[in-house]
Design a protein. Structure first.
Length: 406
């Protein structure tokens, strides 16, 4: 098929790469001309394992442009533009403006809404564009986006017109994943429900971690492991730590809460999940202060800037909030991350240098290279915010960890 993809961020580029690899011809559109020119010269604007290789391998079937007119003969076009949350509410102008621009499509082509959008948005896209619309939310995680696209746990296809739904179903059949056919609104709601539930699991285990820190002989990892063996709970997304960040959970939970309020309903559990999460950075700093006495004029090394490992993305990263608080309290903050950068702290080029120069260390992102560094940390005050260290190798007088008794 000849397929258009509007919005060349994470979701758009990964979708483009995977579908080109399946033999489809892709026209990717983005209003950012620099990005488009870069992509046509093989410059990938984000770091995502395997993405560059897949785009390079299929470059003959990929074309990037800033001109919507080049979509005039596609059979199907995905909308993968961003849907930020502004003042607590979802901002849909990018989606609607894409819908308007997609009036260039042939009359019988289909628009597939992949951006995360609140219920009723896809219906509005149909009205604006005058084309048949299918809601097909994505569940890919940064860092494993390609695998999540080719082997998702399930595929959701929301449609009103069965024929349009069938065409999109055919497109994703190669994944072998279960396909669920739903209404447009259900498809949209499923995405928010999934992300909110996942955020809840994390906030819940983080509250149990708080309890473990106050009790003798308790480790939240033991508790999480035990409850995770109950199939009804499942072991995933029960890693206590400094909370959730990134480009999705923070914006989606907020947008969902405000969407519900507009309907006259409250999502109290999701509100609580956000509240618990907002406290995580403060707790990490408090832990370090309890350990060190004072952090004023001390050098503090932050290990990990990305919101999670295997990405250079720092959007809503807990690390940035921790750095800001440390600086406000008079500490000199230095930071190391294998991929990500920030202007908020002095970035150093290795974890060894970062640790050596510091009085205190906070581990914020669980990059692989931070496992097994117990020896390197000798003589430093350490807060393990992601439980990467072996507690039995640490000197209790200098060490605190999330969810671990003191
Ligand atoms: C998330 C969802 O997992 C995807 O299914 C969804 O498609 C995506 O949002 C989206 O809406 O586009 P992502 O934001 O890439 O994906 O990252 P996750 O792997 O879900 O991690 C989110 C945050 O939760 C990270 O900050 C991570 O450190 C934190 N986390 C995750 C924990 O603190 N504990 C855990 O057990 C798991």
């Amino acid at each position: 098929m000849k397929i258009g993809i509007v919005g060349l961020g994470y979701v758009g580029l990964v979708t483009a790469a995977v579908l080109a690899d399946r033999g489809h011809y892709i026209v990717g559109v983005d209003i950012d001309e620099n990005k488009v020119n870069g992509l046509n010269c093989g410059r990938i604007p984000i770091y995502e394992p395997g993405l560059e290789e897949l785009l390079t391998k299929n470059r003959d079937r990929l074309h990037f442009t800033a001109r919507y007119e080049e979509l005039k003969d596609v059979e199907l076009a995905f909308i993968t533009v961003s849907t930020p949350t502004i003042n607590g509410k979802i901002f849909l102008d990018y989606v609607y403006s894409a819908a308007k621009s997609l009036q260039v499509l042939p009359k019988d082509s289909i628009i597939v809404v992949k951006s995360t959008v609140v219920p009723s948005t896809s219906r509005r896209v149909k009205e604006i564009s005058g084309r048949e619309v299918v809601a097909n939310p994505e569940f890919l995680r940064e860092g494993s986006a390609i695998l999540d696209t080719v082997r998702p746990d399930r595929i959701i296809i929301g449609s009103e017109n069965a024929e349009a739904g069938n065409i999109v179903e055919e497109l994703w059949k190669f994944t072998g994943s279960p396909i669920l056919r739903t209404s447009l609104e259900e498809a949209e709601l499923i995405k928010y429900t999934a992300n909110s539930f996942l955020s809840l699991k994390i906030s819940f285990i983080n509250e149990i971690a708080n309890l473990c820190e106050k009790l003798p002989n308790c480790d939240v990892k033991t508790i999480a492991n035990a409850i995770g063996m109950d199939k009804r709970i499942s072991p995933y997304f029960l890693d206590a730590g400094l909370g959730w960040g990134g480009s999705c959970f923070p914006k989606d939970t907020q947008a969902f809460v405000s969407f519900a309020r507009d309907l006259g309903e409250r999502l109290r559990t999701v509100e609580a999940s956000i509240e618990v999460n907002n406290e995580r950075p403060k707790r990490a700093v408090k832990m370090l202060k309890e350990l060190m006495g004072s952090i004023k004029d001390k050098v503090i090394c932050v290990l990990g800037i990305a919101f999670k490992p295997n990405t250079d993305d720092t959007r809503e990263s807990v690390a940035l909030k921790i750095i800001m608080q440390l600086s406000e309290e008079g500490a000199k903050v230095i930071a190391y991350d294998p991929r990500a950068k920030t202007d908020l702290a002095e970035m150093v080029s290795s974890k060894e240098e970062c640790i050596n120069r510091a009085n205190g260390v906070i581990i914020v992102t669980e990059w692989k290279e931070f496992y097994g560094i117990e020896e390197l940390l000798k003589g430093k005050y350490v807060v393990d915010g992601r439980r990467v260290l072996r507690k039995e190798l640490m000197d209790k007088r200098y060490f605190r960890a999330i969810g671990l008794s003191t």
